[in-house]
Design a protein around this ligand. Structure first.
Ligand code: F6R
Length: 611
């Protein structure tokens, strides 16, 4: 999704801006641009559709000490050079913008009446004209931005420069993350600290309504009432190590294979001999768990699928659990029972719908808020009473892989902590907890085994490459795993993939089954296996082609219509984590054959910071 970088320094900042944009590429975008104030105090701007590499080809001779840059993910106006950012008001002011301005139409009409002309279809162009109009009326850059944001409705992260203020970068934020990186006699602005790894370790996070006036040797921040305010200086722990491919063809493949190590880190320091330790989950964890009678989980996409799996665990353990998609949750009325813990799950910690749901939940009487998150320096973490980090390490591929499995492991830890309370067990848990803890310890080995199935999965993937549709089936807690498998396949191979609880097949989707519709099934050896086998017979009877990920003892065997991939027997509770791996590999290898842009699939973004 859109990314912002800005810099003010004594050196030429064009290379810094380009490097920052490259570091934000993983968020997903469709065009890029930058603008600097050059030595003649003029704005020099370049924009290109496509990759940052295309922008690099046209920035020769663009030099300056002050500048802003942007990767755009289209919302208002198609991906095109004239819609890319920076947006300019004549040659005087340039703006980069993340977010959506809701009253852009009204402002556009006023500005047209005042004689402004428009060169784009973006909602951003009204911002730059509005700032320009205030400057023309006598305001300096900072007060022009302050006046402008008071007139905007919607969400924004802004970087603004003007040729009339050649030493000043103004940044403003409401509803879209923005931070200030502090260098040595140079300062920066970015929507994500990863853009600034080589140039700044120290940073300040702008809060909603803040406006910052950033110069080479000073940063002044003003709150939403335009009063000067101090924001805490933090030190970033991000490093470059995780942004290297290390010999893999794609980040997605690297991240699939990293799951052994990632899950080891999720568990690190959190397991005692037989139990889940609570203190390492956070200093207020015990107090929050003690106050919890039931939970409500809200998330999007893959993180929502993790929540759907975890619901089976929570309810089996006696904890009432409700799960909802964030974009739906935030637009309806709610009845909140006393003692309900509001849980968000998010890899990035920046997903706007999830953040907005949390903001809304805070006024609704939930007892506490907890976030399961992978990004320590993120908005959701800052806004939650407690965060349990997944410790997956940076995920670059747009399709979530290790983020998902580490979310599942983290949710299992939470479920076991709440189980003790629900069942009135003491801190040593019970046999079930002891058994699951040992299974969790064995996860890295079991994942290694699942990864070793890759060659067989490559053979299987060849059957999908020429298909346009597919069905994914699962039952019980493997239904959401089928949903996640379908999501992976559709997002990176662009094959239409639908997931069904296998028992639903006969209520409609069976009509779709024929030899051109591969049917993928997840078949662990659990209490629903026999039911699932009957569902698979329904597919075979209609000439469907089955691809089954089955427990080695399931009794399901390959034949002309059925290709079975045997998965080593695994404890039922952690089976969803293991069965995820072959599904990830399947989608990866299908996409590889199809030659799609696996790490940056079309139309998608890594960090979804618009509604
Ligand atoms: C799919 C995927 C998305 C994200 C969703 C939520 O592979 O990655 O569906 O899961 O956009 O993102 P987070 O977890 O960052 O809130």
């Amino acid at each position: 999704m859109c990314g912002i970088v800005g810099a003010v320094a004594s050196r030429d900042i064009t290379p810094v801006l380009l490097d920052g944009l490259r570091r934000l590429e993983y968020r997903g975008y469709d065009s890029a641009g930058l603008a600097v104030v050059n030595q003649d105090d003029e704005i020099d701007a370049r924009r290109a559709v496509g990759r940052v590499a295309a922008l690099e080809e046209i920035v020769n001779g663009v030099n300056g000490h002050l500048g802003i840059a942007h990767t755009r993910w289209a919302t208002h106006g198609r991906p095109a050079e004239h819609n890319a950012h920076p947006q300019l008001s004549s040659t005087d002011v340039a703006v980069v913008h993340n977010g959506i301005i809701e009253n852009h139409q009204e402002l556009r009409e006023q500005q047209l009446a005042a004689g402004y002309t428009f060169t784009s279809e973006t909602d951003t162009e009204v911002i730059v004209h509005q700032i320009d109009s205030h400057m023309k009326a006598g305001a300096d850059l900072l007060s022009a931005v302050q006046k402008t944001v008071d007139e905007l409705k919607g969400a924004y992260g802004l970087g603004v420069i003007s040729r009339h203020a050649p030493n000043t970068l103004v940044a403003a934020r409401r509803g879209s993350p923005l931070l200030i990186g502090l260098g040595e006699a140079e300062n920066f602005v970015a929507s994500d600290m990863s853009a600034l790894i080589p140039v700044a370790r120290k940073y300040m996070v702008l809060e909603d309504g803040d406006i910052a006036c950033v110069k080479q040797d000073s940063v002044q921040i003003f709150d939403q009432n335009h009063k000067p305010i101090e924001r805490k200086v933090l030190v970033s722990t991000l490093s470059d190590a995780e942004t290297e491919l290390e010999g893999y063809a794609h980040f997605m493949k690297k991240e699939i294979h990293e799951q052994t190590r990632a899950i080891t880190e999720t568990l690190e320091g959190r397991l005692g001999a037989n139990t889940v330790l609570e203190i390492p989950l956070g200093k207020n964890a015990k107090e929050i768990f003690d106050a919890t009678k039931e939970i409500k989980i809200v998330a999007c996409g893959t993180s929502y699928n993790a929540a759907c799996v975890a619901r089976y665990w929570f309810e089996e353990f006696g904890v009432r659990c409700d799960v909802e998609i964030a974009s739906e949750y935030r637009y309806r009325k709610h009845v909140v029972n006393p003692g309900t813990l509001f849980v968000t799950i998010s890899q990035s910690g920046e997903t706007l719908d999830t953040m907005a749901a949390l903001d809304m939940a805070k006024g609704l009487g939930y007892t506490n808020t907890l976030c399961v998150c992978n990004a320590p320096e993120s908005s959701l973490v800052r806004a939650s009473d407690l965060t349990i980090f997944t410790h997956a390490g940076r995920e670059i591929g747009v399709a979530s892989t290790k983020a998902f499995t580490t979310q599942l492991v983290t949710l299992m830890l939470l479920a076991l902590c709440l189980r003790r309370r629900a069942l009135g067990l003491d801190y040593d848990g019970d046999e079930v907890e002891h058994e699951i803890v040992q299974e969790l310890r064995s996860l890295p080995n079991q994942i290694e085994h699942a990864l070793s199935l890759e060659d067989e999965i490559i053979a299987m993937s060849k059957h999908f490459a020429d298909k346009h549709h597919s069905l994914f089936l699962g039952r019980g807690m493997h239904f959401p795993i089928a949903v996640e498998g379908a999501l992976k396949l559709k997002e990176i191979s662009y094959i239409h993939a639908e997931a069904y609880a296998a028992g639903e097949l006969k209520h409609g989707p069976l009509a779709l089954v024929d030899k051109d519709m591969p049917v993928v099934a997840v078949a662990p050896n659990d209490e629903l296996l026999e039911k699932l086998k009957s569902n698979l017979e329904e597919v075979r009877a209609r000439g469907g082609q089955l691809f089954v990920f089955a427990d080695a003892h399931s009794g399901i065997v390959s034949d002309n219509d059925t290709m079975v991939l045997n998965v080593a027997p695994v404890n039922n509770h952690i089976a969803p984590i293991i069965y995820t791996i072959p599904l990830q590999l399947l989608s990866y290898h299908v996409a590889l054959i199809k030659g799609t842009d696996i790490d940056k699939p079309r139309n998608l973004a890594k960090s979804v910071t618009v509604e």
